[in-house]
Ligand binder design. Structure first.
Ligand code: NAP
Length: 304
């Protein structure tokens, strides 16, 4: 049974190359025919791991290709997810499974609403990869990926074990949304501040009080949402992430520096309306969002 990977960027490239190398039938779905022509001209997908770069001649196709899709890995950014799934919706088999790799929250519901018959699995990953150039991906650090159903009611799909044998570090969870919320909270406490202070993660240690205030509001929000376990020890974990990734630039800072759209709508932009609905005051998070939007506007970037 073939895999399709939509989006041959950082994570999509990493996943697709690993599947291909492991002997799994896999096809890339690229944005359109010009992108497909560019990909074919390069001879395939390059993956650098450590000192080794390999070229994998993965088959690729445009969204409108005719073959049906049974297992799809959606590997685009959150803001592209809904349009991307719409472009292949007619090709999905009735019992299709879709693995959503998007960070933050909001895009997963939008995708599921577009394809109500498919089984949409959500992932939260600490894997890292970046694009050296188009269709050349660099694996930037091992991590693990939690996968689960939104309602946590179904069993893990049988292919989970197959993928683990290929070198993926995957874990099944009955509570994927709590994990996604925890990660969202960590991202909200770190990423916007790195943009505002134009700094690597480790420099946030000089802004410890600001980080602590944000953590306290984020933990209160998680508790108000009935996700108390996801709120526990949030500040300590944020501090540990800052220390462990001291030399890294956050994904949001990288997006801003490259002049690319950020995923803010799926992080702070997703959390704030929920706080409002719960009538929970979160003044520090509101102010952070305003400052971030002002900075994005200054840089000529979309504020959502
Ligand atoms: P990325 O490098 O920008 O790759 C996204 C890819 O999606 C691009 O190749 C883009 O195509 C493609 N795409 C967008 N719309 C498409 C469409 N309609 N049809 C086909 N392809 C389409 O992004 P990424 O870093 O892999 O991130 C993907 C998601 O994973 C994000 O939500 C991110 O937050 C999350 N994540 C990433 C990492 C990481 O280390 N990279 C870690 C954890 C989580 P073009 O090349 O044509 O633009």
């Amino acid at each position: 049974m073939s895999w399709h990977v939509l989006g041959a960027g950082s994570l999509g490239g990493l996943w697709a190359a690993r599947l291909f190398r492991g002997g799994e039938p896999v096809r890339l779905i690229l944005r359109d025919r010009p992108r497909l022509a560019q990909y074919r001209a390069g001879g395939g997908l390059r993956l650098t791991e450590g000192d080794t770069t390999s070229l994998y001649p993965l088959p690729a196709e445009a969204p409108e290709a005719g073959n049906p899709i049974r297992r799809l890995i959606l590997a685009c950014k959150s803001y592209d997810a809904e349009e991307a799934i719409a472009s292949v919706a007619a090709r999905l088999e009735p019992d299709a499974e879709i693995l959503l790799l998007q960070n933050g929250l909001g895009s997963q519901d939008a995708v599921a609403a577009r394809v109500p018959r498919a089984r949409c699995l959500r992932a939260s990953t600490t894997e890292g990869a970046f694009r050296e150039t188009d269709f050349h991906v660099v694996a930037a650090g091992a991590g693990q990926t939690w996968i689960g159903d939104q309602l946590g009611t179904q069993a893990a799909p049988p292919w989970l074990e197959t993928l683990c044998a290929l070198g993926f570090t995957l874990r099944w969870t009955d509570d994927i949304d709590a994990r996604l919320w925890r990660k969202l909270a960590i991202n909200c406490a770190i990423n916007p501040l790195t943009v505002l202070h134009r700094c690597r993660n480790g420099e946030l240690r000089q802004h410890a009080a600001e980080v602590a205030d944000l953590c306290s509001e984020l933990a209160a929000l998680l508790e108000a949402m009935g996700l108390a376990p996801a709120a526990q020890g949030l500040q300590q974990e944020v501090e540990a992430v800052i220390a462990a990734t001291a030399n890294n630039r956050s994904s949001m800072l990288q997006d801003v520096e490259r002049g690319q759209r950020t995923e803010v709508s799926y992080l702070l932009g997703h959390a704030l309306p929920i706080a409002q609905r719960l009538r929970l005051p979160v003044p520090q998070l509101e102010a952070l969002h305003q400052r971030l939007r002002a900075r994005l506007e200054e840089r000529g970037l979309p504020v959502d």
